[in-house]
Design a binder for this molecule. Structure first.
Ligand code: C5P
Length: 314
């Protein structure tokens, strides 16, 4: 294997097509049935060999981003999940050497699209390549699960169902290609806080179950069926903390979206506007964007889905 001195990895955001949340477990996490779906909104993570220095830990971080990304919410120290990913890989393989990690962000920060988890997944792949570890995908997935419930999926991409606390993944048959509009919010929401609000609102949540309607919709590739099957148990909790989002969701639905929901723990809202190839989707997309902006969404981003690869060296 060639060992380079700089490696860049492109990694996608996700939207949750179904997020069924059960009761809080003894370890503090919630049992989930979580249908992850990769969308074409990407961060790029570059790792570069750094000269060894006395005052230098394993990784230093820098970040840049699109105009809509709130970089103030990205920690640039050892607490960043991408730095923790590098540290975990170094610890497990004994091959770590100092690196500079640069995060070029397009995925919203604290937006419910797993941007921090995506960066961690990308850092694992990039450091694995840079340090010549050559870990098999299954080992990278295991390390990812130790970093966070949402970290394994961006290694995989496509569509998958996560059980346990969301980290045990099975790929799903999902041949459809879709178009989405995401309404971003300039203020993020803490995932832990949204789960806490969920517990307050649903102290007696039942065990989470897969949705046959979702599985059928995904297998058929039909956008209208998928739109009708979208569900998110965290939506009520996110709306309780951010009541303004209800207006955004309603505006997108009225403008013709085939389905709308809060993405993960929010505050990003996702609107399915059609099949990738549908001639009508472009018109619906324009209407939805207009309506969301009028309803107070901070910004709108179109994206595709269905054939989006997981973390890939570019
Ligand atoms: O796994 P991760 O570190 O991404 O989770 C962030 C927070 O989200 C956890 O600290 C927990 O509060 C909440 N969470 C949860 N149940 C899950 C996943 C996350 O309660 N299955």
């Amino acid at each position: 294997m060639t060992v380079s001195t700089t490696v860049t990895v492109r990694v996608p955001a996700k939207v949750n097509l179904q997020l069924a949340v059960g009761p809080r477990r003894e370890d503090g996490f919630h049992a989930l049935v979580n249908v992850f779906h990769a969308v074409s909104l990407f961060d790029e993570v570059t790792v570069k060999e750094a000269p060894p220095r006395q005052d230098f830990g394993l990784a230093t971080l820098t970040a840049s981003g699109g105009t809509r990304v709130d970089l103030a919410g990205v920690p640039l120290d050892a607490t960043n999940l991408a730095a923790r990913a590098a540290a975990l890989l170094a610890e497990e393989t004994g091959k770590g050497s100092p690196v500079e990690i640069h995060l070029d962000k397009r995925i919203p920060v604290a937006g419910g699209m797993a941007g921090g988890s995506a960066d961690a997944a990308a850092a694992l792949v990039a450091c694995d390549r840079l340090w010549g570890c050559g870990l098999p995908q299954t080992d990278l997935m295991d390390l990812a699960a130790r970093l966070g419930s949402d970290v394994p999926f961006p290694l995989m991409g496509g569509t998958a169902v996560g059980t346990g606390r969301g980290e045990i993944l099975e790929p799903l048959v999902a041949p459809g290609r879709y178009r989405w509009v995401f309404a971003l919010s300039s203020r993020g929401l803490s995932t832990a806080r949204v789960f806490g609000e969920y517990d307050r609102l649903r102290p007696d949540a039942p065990a989470p179950r897969p949705s046959p309607a979702m599985e059928e919709a995904l297998a058929s590739g039909d956008a209208a069926s998928l739109g009708a099957a979208l569900t998110n148990d965290l939506e009520r909790a996110a709306l309780s903390l951010r009541p303004d989002l209800a207006r955004v969701l309603a505006a997108g639905r009225e403008a013709g979206a085939l389905g709308a929901l809060v993405s993960g723990s929010g505050p990003t809202c996702a609107f399915l506007v059609g099949d990738e190839d549908s001639p009508k989707a472009g018109g619906i997309e324009a209407e939805v964007v207009r309506a969301l902006e009028a309803a107070g969404a901070d910004s709108c981003v179109p994206a595709g889905s269905g054939d989006v690869l997981g973390a890939t060296v570019v």
